[in-house]
Design a protein around this ligand. Structure first.
Ligand SMILES: Cc1cc2nc3c(=O)[nH]c(=O)nc-3n(C[C@H](O)[C@H](O)[C@H](O)COP(=O)(O)OP(=O)(O)OC[C@H]3O[C@@H](n4cnc5c(N)ncnc54)[C@H](O)[C@@H]3O)c2cc1C
Length: 523
């Protein structure tokens, strides 16, 4: 079934802007952290930019992170000082530029051995120093009583105390939507449900791409002076559109999180386990009145759009959490389980994925296709800046300075602490959403969201499907997958009212969402 947008459908104007006959300065393929960061960077420099996303903004890895804006304590332990310094600098900028989406959070490293607190304490002093003047609060030693006051469910037996340090926390998919809005505020165009299906080449050079409108099936060609491939774990697929025999540059690795009720970590701090049994870091982080626990590092032979957690990954997370929490969550307590794929840049044969580069990589092919991958959410702005510098030089665009270090993102406002947590992410848009019909109508008794937010998602944030709404405009899928399935029919009905769709469309939407969300429910 194909559906044509009506004149009043918000997609009509975007599709029209995306397909008018012109040569864009920059075409960005992929609407995750990397692509959106690149597009915002380009638009704010005054370049004409189009971004095409095959599914929805942050559908890939960018909605499946640990939700930390961080320098990466682990990379410090690996001696990667410059990477940590850069990320800490970006952490500070992001907090200044998106205070409605990023806040400080205390992380406790619990010490059960006498040497643990001084050992980690020294490393974290270094972490503080590397952040320079953009540091959050300084790390410090806490005794057993202070540790338990911050995290009352920490296992008490043999607890000596701990180190408390500070990092940032954010809502990843909401940051993606905020970057979309920022891009539009600065004259950029972005279209979701628009997969790029081929590249256009003239005289050996990449001069554009062909995309399919996912709603009508119609194909369009767009021309651009520079084309950026920011498709996350799918960059090799796009590289193969230029050269079918190109060697893959990525080796995907899966990271899983489980989400449980806040009662398992009721204090005001997160927990960081610096070394799990398999040598990884594990976090338990309060998020939207729930707790996110993860992650794992499982090499995969190939990438998929909806990666699924393996039973042993869930078991490992719950087993490790049980070493630190009392009571510990069991399988029955898991509200949602989600998996994300790391776009790790390949190293030599036989290298363990835990030690592959987390830094970003920009590669330019003979035909001029610019591939950006690796990195992390925290450094998305820097990745965009580097990519646009390279693209502008390659395409011969007029040189222009980057403005994004001081650029307030859409809606930026000091968080209103009187508002419930889920309203704060909208910043200065909040009052407009609360004036819409349904601002007092809850979507579901176990979810914090209202019907007004669904309307806003369609009218202002390019949401097109039940999944776009429940997974990324609202975070219902991650907070409580089962409740989100129960809310799906109501969301479908509101979407249908907004977009002029019929009962068959609603049924198909609910069916598709129920099947997808079933993969986030732990049976
Ligand atoms: C488990 C895990 C935890 C993490 N935790 C953190 C954290 O706490 N903090 C942090 O800073 N970083 C974290 N990261 C890293 C961070 O999430 C990623 O580096 C970042 O999200 C990658 O963004 P991306 O845009 O490169 O890829 P993606 O987000 O995957 O975006 C690529 C996009 O391209 C689209 N696409 C694919 N093919 C096409 C096509 N043909 N046409 C158009 N579009 C296409 C996809 O649909 C997708 O939306 C974590 C990563 C993982 C895996």
């Amino acid at each position: 079934m194909t559906t044509q947008p009506t004149p009043t459908d918000p997609r009509t104007a975007v599709l029209h802007a995306a397909t008018t006959d012109q040569t864009w300065d920059l075409l960005v393929i992929g609407g995750g952290a990397s692509g959106l960061g690149t597009a915002v960077e380009a638009a704010t420099r005054g370049y004409r930019v189009l971004l095409l996303e095959s599914h929805d903004y942050a559908k890939g890895t960018s909605s499946r992170s640990t939700k930390l804006v961080h320098g990466g304590v682990r990379y410090l332990a690996q001696g990667n000082v410059s990477l940590v310094r850069e990320a800490l600098h970006e952490r500070g900028l992001l907090k200044q530029n998106a205070p409605h989406l990023v806040h400080d959070l205390g992380f406790l490293i619990a010490a059960y051995k006498w040497w643990a607190a001084p050992f980690y304490g020294i490393g974290l002093k270094m972490y503080d120093l590397l952040a320079g003047k953009l540091n959050l609060k300084a790390s410090r030693y806490v005794n057993k009583a202070q540790a338990l006051e911050r995290t009352p469910t920490l296992k008490k037996q043999a607890l000596k105390g701990g180190i408390l340090y500070f990092d940032g926390q954010f809502d990843d998919a909401r940051l993606a939507v905020t970057l979309l809005r920022t891009l539009e505020d600065h004259g950029g165009v972005a279209l979701n449900h628009a997969p790029v299906v081929g590249l256009i080449r003239e005289g050996g050079k990449i001069t554009g791409a062909r995309f399919r409108d996912g709603e009508t099936g119609q194909e369009h060609a767009v021309k651009a002076r520079a084309v950026v491939n920011a498709t996350g774990v799918f960059v090799d697929d796009v590289r193969r559109m230029e050269n079918p025999s190109v060697k893959p540059m990525l080796s995907p690795s899966q990271g899983v999180h489980v989400v449980v009720d806040r009662r398992f970590l009721p204090g005001d701090s997160a927990i960081m386990v610096p070394r799990t049994d398999d040598g990884r870091v594990l976090f338990a982080v309060p998020w939207h009145d729930h707790v996110v626990i993860g992650t794992t590092d499982t090499p995969l032979p190939e990438a998929s759009v909806e990666p699924r957690a393996l039973p042993e990954e869930v078991e490992f997370i719950l087993k490790t959490a049980a070493q630190y929490l009392d009571p510990a969550p069991t399988r029955a307590d898991v509200r949602s389980v989600y998996a994300g794929l790391r776009p790790l840049v390949k190293a030599a044969e036989g290298t363990d994925t835990k030690s592959l580069s987390r830094d970003h990589v920009i590669r330019i092919s003979d035909g001029g296709l610019i591939t950006l991958t690796g990195g992390k959410w925290t450094t998305y702005r820097r990745m965009g800046e580097d990519t646009v510098n390279r693209a502008a030089a390659q395409a011969g665009l007029p040189e222009r300075l980057s403005l994004t270090a001081g650029l307030k993102l859409h809606g930026a406002a000091a968080p209103d602490t009187h508002l419930a947590d889920h309203w704060r992410v909208y910043g200065t848009d909040t009052a407009r959403i609360q004036a819409l019909p349904g601002a007092d109508a809850p979507l579901h008794p176990e979810l914090p969201y209202t019907e007004a937010e669904v309307r806003w998602a369609v009218r202002a944030e390019q949401a097109r499907t039940v999944e776009d709404v429940l997974s990324r405009r609202l975070r219902a899928l991650l907070l409580n997958a089962r409740a989100s399935i129960e809310a799906a029919p109501r969301v479908a009905a509101i979407l249908a009212g907004e977009l002029g769709r019929d009962a068959a469309w609603q049924e198909a939407q609910v069916r598709a969402y129920t099947e997808l969300a079933g993969g986030y429910v732990l049976n």
